[in-house]
Design a protein around this ligand. Structure first.
Ligand SMILES: [Zn+2]
Length: 170
């Protein structure tokens, strides 16, 4: 009786877009083209997530996909667990992170959302206050993700207009 052997499947946890503080830009290519699964930026985000939580959920078998999710949802984590969803993350299986193709992403936000979803897979429920990365609503990027963004996004691509071009011509 003490052990529940039934696998709870299809658990969904959503990270909802904040009213403010999402990624900028509207005319850029869709996020799944800018940040494909397997790309160096996506892999770097997953590395930061593993480092942040000090674990590699599902023994490293985390499937990341771009897919269509409901409006105002950045991403979802899905996993199957024994017992309650967060009780024994080391036994989680079928780990999957679904990123919404309809959400707007920049590098810092994508990375932070990946860290958040990995957090669920590593046994972290939503938390308000304290560790903001597990807040249900995205508000700001993790410092490590800001650093990643600074490394992979040249300043000229963050700012429309010709300031960078003009200075480069001198
Ligand atoms: Zn969440």
């Amino acid at each position: 009786m003490r052990f529940c052997s039934s696998l709870l499947r299809g658990l969904l946890v959503a990270l909802v877009v904040a009213a403010a503080g999402g990624a900028s830009a509207s005319a850029s290519p869709p996020p799944q083209e800018r940040f494909p699964v397997g790309s160096s930026t996506m892999q770097a985000a997953q590395d930061i997530a593993r480092q942040h939580w000090g674990t590699d959920p599902c023994g490293g078998a985390v499937e990341v996909v771009w897919t269509a999710l409901p409006r105002l949802t950045n991403a979802m984590a899905r996993w199957a667990s024994f017992g309650t969803p967060y009780a024994a993350p080391e036994r989680n299986v079928d780990c999957r992170v679904e990123l919404n193709v309809a959400a707007s992403y920049d590098v810092a936000k994508l990375c932070t959302v990946v860290v958040h979803e990995y957090g669920h897979l590593a046994g972290q429920p939503h938390r308000d206050g304290g560790d903001e990365v597990m807040s249900a609503v995205y508000s700001k990027a993790l410092p490590a993700c800001e650093a990643l963004a600074a490394a992979v996004e040249p300043p000229s691509s963050r700012r429309r207009g010709g300031a960078a071009v003009r200075s480069a011509r001198r």
